[in-house]
Write a protein that binds this ligand. Structure first.
Ligand code: HEC
Length: 146
């Protein structure tokens, strides 16, 4: 399965770099935080999400635009170039990370290294904006993706 992944990686054109950095900046600006007003009780219509449900919100705001809804990966065309973004379902990543899934998925998302310590393509943003609670929620959600 690592072989299929290498093929996907090679498919990324260098020309995507500029836009990827711009997209990454946008992604970094959109946090999954919820503001609380100073008026006391939270409105009944705004329950506080925890765990995988909170992770899903983060995923949909920060990841789905590239990795697709459900993390199934996608290929899209930008400036006449075909860009392949890998699937990050649990089965895909577990095949790469094995028993180090939890630590490796966090390292990959935050520092942009693969399971061999090699840097990922710069199109994948380096996500340093998430709190440890947010990262826990994101990982909990990623594990639900089949
Ligand atoms: C701007 C597009 C973009 C966004 C947004 C993005 N990614 Fe990525 N991501 C990529 C690309 C492209 C790769 C492949 C990089 C490579 O193979 O070198 C990648 C790789 C990965 C990998 C490694 C997969 C593998 O096969 O090694 C993980 C895990 C990952 N992304 C998780 C996330 C998560 C979680 C988020 C949201 C917090 C996210 N990504 C947001 C583009 C993106």
């Amino acid at each position: 399965m690592a072989r299929a992944r290498m093929a996907r990686r090679v498919a990324l054109p260098i020309a995507a770099l500029g836009l990827a950095l711009a997209l990454g900046a946008c992604g970094a600006a959109s946090g999954a935080t919820t503001a609380s007003s100073g008026t006391g009780a939270a409105p009944a219509s705004a329950p506080t999400l925890t765990g995988a449900a909170a992770g899903q919100v983060i995923f949909e705001q920060s990841c789905a635009s590239c990795h697709g809804v459900g993390g199934v990966g996608q290929t899209f065309t930008m400036d006449d170039q075909s860009i392949a973004v890998p699937a990050i379902t649990y089965s895909e990543l577990e095949a790469l990370y094995h028993d180090k899934y939890d630590s490796m998925v966090v390292a990959t998302i935050t520092t942009g290294v693969d399971e061999e310590g090699q840097p990922l393509n710069r199109m994948m943003p380096r996500w340093t904006i998430f709190s440890s609670d947010q990262m826990d929620a994101l990982v909990a959600y990623l594990k639900t993706l089949q």
